[in-house]
Design a protein around this ligand. Structure first.
Ligand code: SAH
Ligand code: AVI
Length: 327
């Protein structure tokens, strides 16, 4: 009896706003003027797969540039990590980058990938365990903008943080400071943080990276609507929305939007939303920093920059931060 009821429930009832953070954020963002959604909701299993495809696009330089730095500087970075440490990666996604560091730092005792995309996280952790059988791989499915616990097994170990990909750029600068403070609390006294930060550069290179010819970034952006259809009973017609991405020079950020191609009404989680022709949902910001700009932002959060490396083209930076003594 009980089992039959549990099976029927999803058919009878779509998640209500108070039951799911995604539903609550969707209702809030679509009710706002201008409409917006938090970029963290891109990442269901399909969104993670599409992001992985983005990292292989010829136009998307950040992944290639960062891997160039990690490969060239792996030894130097490894030397600065504490012996026997647990390495906590924020927003691990596909584990391509960490593999470079793990290969250079056999002194690490444990690896804790933290990601909101739970299914993808487990699959990647399983692949890593097969390839690094001596390493304790302890995934944590969590939203890293909220407080979360590290696994009990690593509480007594020294900690290092890894935050690659310039995911820090998807936060508003004030939220980036808040994130770095939270990371300091989670990692604790004596911690180091290795962080990837995309740099300000010419608008043409930036615009191309978010408007690829194959349309993968457009599919990634539109997946947000598909996800609302799948999970929140949304009625979005994906062909009635267009991907729009551009560099906002004044604010030093790429902005991504989904623009309504016509006047239309859409329902999500039982609520109706109206769109004018040309009205947009602002789906993501990707801030770009100058070398000094990011160091000063990190200082506001209690971190000091000990090292800064860039790729040969000067497109992308990897920094090693340590906590101020009085933290
Ligand atoms: N580190 C990888 C992936 C970057 S994509 C790389 O550099 O290529 C951003 C990753 O962060 C995704 O895997 C996404 O699922 C995760 N993510 C985004 N917002 C998050 C949040 N608030 N909490 C936890 N993970 C988040
Ligand atoms: C994950 N993050 C750093 C990517 C970025 O470049 O801001 C997400 C992305 N959005 C479009 N393409 C890639």
């Amino acid at each position: 009896m009980k089992r039959a009821a549990a099976k029927l429930r999803p058919l009878l009832k779509k998640p209500q706003a108070e039951e799911s953070p995604f539903a609550a954020d969707a209702i809030k963002g679509l009710s706002a003027k201008p409409k917006y959604m938090s970029a963290k909701h891109f990442y269901d299993a399909e969104g993670s797969r599409l992001f992985d495809a983005i990292t292989r696009l010829p136009e998307y330089y950040p992944t290639r540039s960062e891997i160039e730095v990690l490969r060239d500087k792996a030894g130097e970075i490894a030397d600065l990590l504490p012996e026997g440490a647990a390495l906590v990666e924020f927003g691990s996604g596909s584990t391509a980058k960490i593999r470079t560091l793990l290969a250079a730092a056999p002194k690490l005792a444990a690896y804790v990938p933290v990601d909101i995309s739970a299914q993808y996280l487990e699959a990647e952790a399983a692949r890593l365990r097969r390839d690094f059988p001596k390493l304790a791989v302890l995934p944590v499915a969590a939203d890293f903008t909220k407080p979360f616990e590290l696994p009990a097994k690593v509480r007594a170990l020294p900690r290092a943080g890894f935050f690659p990909g310039s995911t820090i750029g998807n936060f508003e600068p004030l939220a980036a400071v808040a994130f770095l403070r939270n990371a300091a609390r989670i990692l604790g006294r004596g911690a180091v943080l290795v962080i990837g930060v995309d740099l300000v550069k010419d608008a043409r290179t930036l615009n191309a990276a978010y408007n690829d010819a194959a349309g993968v970034t457009a599919a990634f952006n539109l997946n947000l609507l598909a996800r609302m259809n799948r999970e929140l009973g949304g009625t979005f017609d994906l062909s009635a929305f267009a991907h729009r991405a551009f560099y906002n020079r004044e604010r030093q950020r790429i902005e991504m939007h989904l623009v309504s191609r016509k006047r239309q009404k859409v329902s999500v989680n039982g609520a109706a939303f109206e769109f004018e022709r040309g009205e947009a949902i602002h789906t993501e910001n990707s801030y770009k920093y100058t070398p000094e700009g990011f160091a000063s932002l990190a200082r506001q959060a209690g971190w000091l920059e000990r090292a800064l490396w860039t790729d040969a083209a000067g497109y992308f930076s990897v920094r090693l931060l340590t906590l101020k003594r009085d933290f």
